[in-house]
Design a protein around this ligand. Structure first.
Ligand code: SR1
Ligand code: MG
Length: 437
């Protein structure tokens, strides 16, 4: 019988050699960067001229902004553990390899990712374009700022990144080689498997919530068989449905936005959780974080309705732009082994190809709603929370927003097929917000 230890991923043969890996500190960043000619020439001057500051506010890694006389760069280095928790939670350096591999592929999609100046696999570091003139979209949303192009850009980005890495675009053998490569990112997938799909529904030392206000709610969710069952169906989908290369952590903290007059720039960052999974997982992650922000606005704004309506409109636009671009790609770039044109368009059956697309998108939309539900609940009951809600004081005010968000989360998970559309989900949000004015 096959033993756990017999199972080795093909990625183990392709991963960098980490024997010379050294974690950086602010002090030794210049010496490290001096070894990369393209980076040194971007910065200009000599290493002694370079200013380094650590700016990482994510849960996993260290991020430095380095500024020289001629320019600046961003350096991201993986540590052998989870930054949020410390050395007690080891995490493989290989996440940097997978992040770079995903960035290289996603960089070809609309909207774009940061430009990569240098990847040093053995040091688990990526030197990228400095996006200091951007802000994390989550922060802009909490501040009530509106970036009108974010939703359309992200809808298009997801459509292109997902379609072009799937069996709709790639030959079956090429897609399986890609799957095999990313299948090695097991440790990061395991974080999601536990933190999103399992831990919020059981007692676990890493869980936390607004207590005592949500104590009863959390206990009721742990006892809610229907919710747990539906969440496990979604986990099964996450584990088994290798549809496309998903970003894997596409929340509003993985998006950077900038505005200069009328011009906006939108970037997707941090695909270290990338793996082959269900397309709806990325779409659902973005929706979840927009819904969370919408509920959180009641705790921040004196008159939240205008911004809540705007945030909900962005959820609908994200889906509409995703579906529109996905449909265009279905018609113009469907060269993979799935739903081959040889069976449909080439035989004059354009309507059948259109039916297949409609069914595909309908199913994807339902998946996205379900994933949005589990992604919302984990940010209120699990280890990693979101600043949209965390910054609301006093706790009773925060808990009121969180209860509304959990109400929607349950509906999305359990009733996702009946809700069926992002537009209907936005209607559910409006009903929960009810007579807020
Ligand atoms: C221990 S890592 C916690 C969370 O941070 C990342 O952003 C992912 O969402 C992960 O689940
Ligand atoms: Mg991240």
């Amino acid at each position: 019988m096959l033993q756990q230890n017999d199972i080795r991923g093909p990625a183990e043969d392709t991963l960098p050699d980490y024997r010379s890996y050294r974690p950086l500190t602010v002090e030794d960043v210049p010496e490290r960067l001096a070894a990369y000619a393209e980076v040194a020439s971007t910065l200009g001057g000599t290493p002694a001229d370079w200013q380094v500051r650590e700016v990482g506010d994510g849960n996993l890694n260290f991020v430095y902004i380095v500024t020289g006389p001629s320019g600046s760069v961003c350096l991201k280095q993986a540590l052998p553990f989870v930054r949020l928790v410390g050395e007690g939670w080891p995490l493989p350096l290989s996440r940097s390899f997978f992040e770079h591999a995903a960035l290289s592929r996603e960089g070809k999609a609309a909207g774009a990712t940061p430009a990569i100046l240098r990847f040093d696999g053995g040091q688990a570091l990526i030197v990228m374009e400095d996006l200091s003139s951007h802000v994390i979209w989550r922060k802009a949303l909490v501040a009530g700022e509106r970036h009108e192009t974010a939703a359309p850009v992200l809808g298009r980005f997801m459509a292109e990144a997902l379609f072009r890495t799937s069996d709709l675009s790639l030959s079956a053998d090429a897609k399986k080689r890609e799957m095999a490569l990313f299948a090695g990112n097991t440790a990061l997938a395991k974080i999601t498997e536990d933190l999103v799909f399992t831990d919020p529904y059981r007692e676990h030392p890493l869980n936390r919530w607004t207590s005592p206000e949500l104590d009863e709610t959390a206990a009721a969710i742990r006892a809610d068989a229907e919710w747990k069952l539906a969440a496990q169906e979604l986990k099964w989908m996450f584990l088994t449905r290798a549809e496309a290369l998903v970003h894997g952590d596409l929340h509003t903290g993985s998006v950077m936005v900038a505005k200069d007059g009328e011009a906006e720039d939108i970037r997707v960052i941090d695909p270290e959780f990338a793996f082959y999974g269900p397309m709806g997982f990325d779409v659902g992650a973005l929706l979840a974080n927009l819904f969370l922000n919408c509920f959180a606005q009641s705790g921040h704004a004196a008159d939240p309705k205008p911004i809540q309506d705007w945030v909900l409109a962005q959820a609908e636009r994200t889906w509409e732009c995703f579906a529109a671009r996905f449909s265009e790609l279905w018609r113009t770039e469907r060269r993979g082994d799935a739903f081959p044109g040889a069976l449909f368009e080439d035989q004059g059956q354009h309507e059948a190809a259109q039916t297949a697309l409609s069914r595909y998108l309908a199913r994807l939309q339902v998946d996205a709603l379900g994933f949005a539900g589990v992604k919302m609940a984990r940010r209120i009951l699990g280890l990693a929370h979101v600043s949209d809600l965390e910054t609301i004081e006093p706790p009773a005010r925060r808990a009121a927003c969180e209860k509304q968000a959990l109400n929607l989360a349950r509906q999305l998970v359990v009733e996702r097929e009946a809700i069926a559309t992002v537009s209907a989900a936005c209607g559910r949000v409006q009903s929960i917000l009810g007579d807020r004015q």
